[in-house]
Design a protein around this ligand. Sequence first.
Ligand SMILES: O=C([S-])c1cc(C(=O)S)c[n+]([C@@H]2O[C@H](COP(=O)(O)O)[C@@H](O)[C@H]2O)c1
Ligand code: NI
Length: 544
Amino acid sequence: MGKTLYLECYSGISGDMTVGALLDLGAREEALRAALEALPLNGYEITIGRTKKCGIDACDFDVILEEEAHDHAHDEAHVHEHDHEAEHCHDGEGHVHEHIHGEESHEHQEHFHDGEAHEHSHEHLHEDSAEHSEHCHSAEGHSHDHEHSHEHTHSDHAPADHCHDHSHDHPHTHGPEAHDHHHDHVHRHYADIMHMLDEAPLKQEVRALAKKIFRIVGEAESRVHACPLEEVHFHETGAVDSIVDIVGAAACAVDLGITETYVSTIYEGQGHVWCQHGRIPVPAPAVAGIAAAEELDLAITNVSGEMVTPTGAAIAAALRTKKGLPKTFVIRKIGMGAGKKDFPHANLLRAMIIEPAMNGLPAGNAVEEPTRSVNADGDSQKNGSSAQKKSSSDETEDEIWVLETNLDDCTGEMMGLTMELLLAAGARDVNYTPIYMKKNRPACKLEVLCKEEKVSALEEVIFHQTTAIGLRKRKEVRRILPRKKETVMTPYGEVELKICTSAGETYIYPEYDSIRGLVQETGRSYQEIYQKAVEEAWKKRKND
Ligand SMILES: O=C([S-])c1cc(C(=O)S)c[n+]([C@@H]2O[C@H](COP(=O)(O)O)[C@@H](O)[C@H]2O)c1
Ligand code: NI
């Protein structure tokens, strides 16, 4: 049976946080490495270690590019500390700033100028092969001189995020973009990446999931840059570390046997981040585009910086199969994946393997209040609520849904567990009836009673946990006696009971669980405690 993953993105999500969290959940390093070795990529190595974020231990997954002889952060952005706090923007008044590139292959491209005509002069002294390309000017009459001298030092966290391209390991030709100079880095187009994944000897599920993730990023980029999907060229996302993150996340999820995923609200910071396009807002356009297209829940916090990357958002969207985390669930395992930046909060992605709660009250059952009546299934309802109408006497009518299916190829184990899960997920009652079906098959009819709001969730449990491929459902009117809960004291302890009335008669029914507990505590018989409880309840009524 597949596992259910819950991604709790209270500090956003990025590719390496996801791989770290899934490894911490138990995904095997061999499975991750096998998937990565299937790719025609080189010039990098991965490291898997431990780190602490605000004192919390987490798995630290990193991709080290050979070309980087420095401590490079591969998290949300390729983060560089740089020595100017002034914003590196080209949409304001004339300004001068200095950057000094001290690394190989850093390039500035796609400087978007969206301000009014302005003049500024700033210098870039790239001490390496840095180049500028794709300067997109949306304002007229604009002149500037790009001779930036700027200095980047790589660090795990930076006051201003500055991402740049790297890992260009094969030449390419550009699509239709006006582009009149050469540069030797790789922009992998969407089609290149799909081709690479199709050709690589990956497990089928890993390939499919990785392609899905890339498709989500590609479609967002396509919309953001108004470029056909096939011609989208990936920058950061096409770089080795992002491919490793995406294929790695897919390999880990498949290795864990994840079949269902819930994704929490994804918390994002605010401000700006540097990337090849220039200085872009947080959430990054691709992140916002993915969130919009995939209906991810986003929440903007007052944290300054980027917590969600396009890769992270796309992984969350691709993995998510379910909305609406169950109200109650049991956590079977927790995995922590560390982000590279330091925020005032612990920059972690928490991944959990969860199961619907097996014990306790089913989700949606309210805690009893003595002033409320209790319906036939023991849950509380306000008298006179719209969900129920009083009949001429003191009986009450309401509606209940019945889900039914005949199971002729389920094991007893599957059926037993299904019953537990249905009850835990909010079924009012579940029963099996032995039947004799077509083709001489002894079988069982599963019947589930529930309220309307639980119908679809319970259908999912049936389809997910049994071999059923269809079910019957109907809404029925039911008549229920008014009842309320009481407790009485017996010589063996306190007993809960239901007091029901109909046509002037009173019926007293001690609660099974209450009696059962006292049987275990005292060793007395069920019948003895039951009778004593009824007796005490009648005495109490006479005294009241
Ligand atoms: O490189 C590209 S195409 C790119 C586009 C965008 C848009 O929102 S458009 C944003 N970024 C930034 O790059 C880094 C790395 O992201 P990964 O998903 O590749 O890890 C991140 O800061 C993005 O906001 C890049
Ligand atoms: Ni280019």
